[in-house]
Design a protein around this ligand. Structure first.
Ligand SMILES: [Zn+2]
Length: 184
């Protein structure tokens, strides 16, 4: 593994542990709890979310559950993902664990119209965009592939169709790009 890229990740993990001393990483494949969530998600999304174990990161409390193959992922990509997850840790601190769970899982509905989850995820995906710009550049942030991938997270089964109105998400996306542009 490229040492310079590895160092970017190590530095970030130090920052993360300084801000969240109880932060820890657990591999989903070694976690019975994650396997149980995987089964539940397959049921409630009619098998639309089949990649919980293999592609998605999940933060619960101070624990980050990572997908299969985590040790071989590109360290810079991992930092981009961890920047997103750090926003969820901060949200949990802001809303408390119970408050965050209610907003994320129940408001106003658990599936289909989960506006609470959509706003929570939007804040984190805005950070994803910021991290992509800082670590991979302006062009990477503006890539159509990234845009399609992020928008589809909101409108598909990935997060239980959290906000299936594509035009709303496209508007948020354009506003976020402008906002990031202003901050430079
Ligand atoms: Zn997220």
């Amino acid at each position: 593994m490229n040492t310079e890229r590895r160092e970017v990740l190590d530095r970030f993990l130090d920052e993360m542990r300084a801000e969240f001393p109880r932060f820890r990483i657990i591999k989903k494949e070694e976690s019975p709890f994650s396997k149980a969530i995987d089964v539940a998600l397959r049921i409630v999304t009619f098998n639309g979310q089949r990649e919980f174990m293999t592609r998605y990161y999940t933060v619960i409390g101070d624990t980050l559950y990572v997908p299969q193959g985590f040790d071989n992922f590109d360290p810079v990509d991992v930092v981009i993902t961890l920047r997103h997850e750090r926003i969820h840790l901060r949200q949990r601190r802001r809303y408390t664990f119970l408050g965050m769970s209610i907003i994320y899982l129940l408001l106003p509905f658990p599936l289909g119209l989960a506006y609470g989850r959509a706003r929570i995820e939007w804040e984190a995906y805005t950070e994803t965009l910021r991290a992509v710009r800082e670590l991979k550049g302006e062009q990477a942030m503006r890539s159509q592939a990234l845009r399609q991938r992020i928008i589809s997270q909101f409108t598909s089964a990935a997060y239980g169709w959290m906000w299936p109105f594509r035009s709303t998400i496209e508007r948020w996306y354009d506003e976020a790009l402008k906002e990031i542009e202003r901050q430079r």
